[in-house]
Design a protein around this ligand. Structure first.
Ligand code: AMP
Length: 392
């Protein structure tokens, strides 16, 4: 994918407005429980500083809806940033360039500004006056057409930060220009949240394995009685249309061939492996069965590229994590031993792969939620599109 990269940006003596994602999870006492997003922003900040540039950081935090809410202020980040970057960090909630006295300055929560989510040009001009170039380093916010994630590009040249570059390069490797065959694994609770995603993927993949609760809707559409399982019966026609589209696009659909059925949604609930036509009315399907796992491992063997979103069963409750864990661990081994390119992301996927101790071995795991899903749906992301204009 061609886009403007940080390496080509003029940095020496310039001030870069850098969009980062500091929307970090916090514990009740206010401490940061997972600093992955802060870590992700550091290479770009350091690169700009090393090249002799100044940095002005922009991020949203929570959903203040255009109002100043002290509990959603970003000032809690100052000590952490100072510790990581070894410099004094400035902080301002205004637009006055003379308030930018430090080499690195954090701007207060972008969503305190009512114009942020409304593509407000006046706000864009006010922020743009604080710097010379715009560096978009928050892929996770790139699906939003907000001033700080896309709109600023109207007023200053825009470049991808290093974290954004890494993300875009890996995503392109998985869907735009992949080594074939490409296998998609899509699981999760419901079809309704993933119709666009499935419809896009069947046009691009060679094989698509559908698992988790959403597979139940496909099984029901094929005439199986799924008993008390999570199932969107009103979407059976949609499921058949997706199968039909896959057929036309030469994408092989892999559905469960056996299942693990239980009588309640609870850890260690009584359960049994059964054939698709043997689920009793009071039972619910909570995981894929062993034959399905074998089918999936064969597909992983055949694939050169794997793209994964969503768990294959109710992975939070043992033993219904079995198929997710086995398939994830197998994929991780294929990455290490056979050069499989395995990319995953979105929603519960990161948690599921971490639970399987497979996350570290995947080629790339996107920590973006909504943006990753919209990218899988084939949608143009405003915060990425601005990096492409004018690039040949
Ligand atoms: P999603 O956010 O759409 O990726 O869905 C993730 C959720 O789907 C997880 O909380 C899983 O427990 C749930 N899930 C996966 N398979 C099943 C299933 N067969 N029945 C009920 N819930 C499931």
């Amino acid at each position: 994918m061609d886009f403007r990269r940080l390496e080509t940006a003029p940095l020496s003596g310039k001030t870069a407005l850098v969009r980062v994602d500091f929307n970090v999870p916090r514990r009740e006492d206010g401490s940061i429980s997972d600093d992955t997003r802060i870590q992700a922003a550091l290479p770009t900040i350091r690169a700009i500083r090393n090249a002799g540039g100044k940095v002005v950081l922009l991020s949203h935090f929570g959903r203040p809806k255009g109002e100043v809410k002290s509990e959603l202020s970003l000032n809690f980040l100052i000590p952490t940033l100072q510790e990581h970057l070894g410099e004094s960090i400035g902080f301002t909630d205004g637009f006055d360039p003379s308030a930018i006295t430090e080499n690195i300055t954090l701007i207060e929560n972008t969503r305190f500004q009512p114009g942020e989510t409304k593509s407000d040009e006046a706000l864009g001009k006010q922020w743009a006056a604080l710097g010379d170039i715009f560096v978009q380093d928050a892929f996770s916010a790139s699906h939003r057409n907000h001033v700080s994630s896309a709109g600023l590009a109207a007023f200053m040249p825009a470049y991808a930060g290093l974290s954004m570059e890494r993300e875009l390069d890996h995503l392109a490797q998985a869907l735009e220009n992949p080594k074939r065959p490409v296998l998609g694994v899509v699981g999760g609770a419901k079809v309704s949240t993933k119709i666009d995603l499935l419809s896009n993927l069947v046009r691009k993949l060679d094989m698509l394995a559908i698992g988790g609760g959403m597979a139940n809707t496909f099984l029901a559409a094929q005439g199986y009685d799924v008993g008390n399982s999570l199932c969107e019966h009103d979407l059976k026609d949609t499921a058949l249309k997706i199968i039909d589209a896959a057929d036309k696009a030469d994408c092989k659909i892999l559905l469960p061939v056996d299942v693990v059925a239980a009588t309640e949604f609870a850890a260690h609930a009584p359960h049994r492996v059964c054939a698709l036509d043997q689920v009793a009315p009071h039972e619910m399907i909570l995981d894929a069965g062993p034959d399905t796992v074998t089918q999936l491992l064969d597909a992983i063997d055949a694939a050169k590229t794997l793209i994964w979103n969503g768990p294959l069963g109710a992975f939070e409750i043992t033993p219904f994590d079995t198929s997710t864990v086995e398939a994830a661990q197998y994929a991780a081994r294929r990455v290490k031993k056979n050069g499989l390119i395995a990319v995953a992301g979105g929603g519960d996927t990161v948690a599921a792969l971490k639970h399987a101790s497979a996350a570290d071995d995947f080629t790339f795991i996107s920590t973006a939620g909504g943006a990753f899903l919209e990218w899988m749906e084939g949608k143009a992301l405003p915060g990425v599109e601005i990096l492409k204009t004018g690039v040949s």
